[in-house]
Design a protein around this ligand. Structure first.
Ligand SMILES: Cc1cc2nc3c(=O)[nH]c(=O)nc-3n(C[C@H](O)[C@H](O)[C@H](O)COP(=O)(O)O)c2cc1C
Length: 198
């Protein structure tokens, strides 16, 4: 099995870049150390290289770490309560702790712009490609990630609290950090099920 040497944050030398690409797997147990500010900037540099028709840059990112993760949890709880005022105290507590499941949470935002040649669907795809670039770049740097959404990604109150404009929506909560615990096995799909050479 291909393993990352966490102490050095690098993959074994026998792994090619292609092996590294193939070894990406989402991970939900994420802890410190988190990517540094310098590393985060490198990850975003890759995210911002996503294919982008007409260079619209239909995206932006909010980065939470440390104290701001607690504030984000408070926003999660308030927005959930607004939607369902009968939520139990336990449930609210659980929701408010969600951002603390990793040392860094990135909220990826799709920013739809009016363009005569680039429809909304293309901009959404482009923003999604940006997120995948971010996750893959984190993997290259030896960090784990998981892309989450859930009800909160579609909660209008949360969007307002986060300062999203009318033409913006949340594409995901991207949890980043060092992988903790064992890694699930990667199952590569049968190529012929999805790809036809014509
Ligand atoms: C747009 C989007 C939203 C997702 N939302 C969630 C989510 O809310 N919770 C979750 O456990 N996985 C979610 N996933 C799936 C995980 O990110 C991940 O892809 C999945 O667990 C499979 O793991 P893999 O990426 O290693 O194949 C989402 C994926 C995408 C693309």
């Amino acid at each position: 099995m291909l393993r990352l040497d966490k102490s050095k944050r690098q993959f074994p030398t026998y792994m090619t870049h292609f092996d590294i690409l193939l070894s990406r797997k989402s991970h939900n147990k994420l802890c410190e150390p988190a990517p540094s500010l310098e590393e985060l900037n490198e990850l975003f540099k890759v995210a911002l290289r996503a294919p982008d028709h007409a260079q619209l840059k239909p995206w932006r990112y909010l980065v939470y770490q440390g104290r701001s993760l607690i504030e984000l949890g408070e926003k999660f709880a308030a927005a959930s309560l607004f939607k369902d005022s009968e939520l139990s105290a336990d449930k609210i507590e659980k929701i408010s702790k969600k951002p603390q499941r990793a040392p860094v949470v990135v909220i990826s935002i799709i920013k739809i712009k009016d363009h005569r040649k680039v429809p909304e669907i293309e901009q959404i795809l482009s923003a999604g490609a940006g997120v995948q670039n971010l996750i893959m770049a984190a993997h290259f740097k030896g960090y784990g990630a998981i892309w989450r959404t859930g009800e909160l990604a579609f909660n209008r109150v949360l969007m307002e609290q986060l300062g999203l404009a009318k033409n913006e929506r949340i594409s995901g909560f991207i949890y980043l950090g060092t992988e903790e615990g064992s890694k699930a096995k990667i199952r590569h799909p049968e190529i012929s099920e999805f790809v036809h050479f014509v």
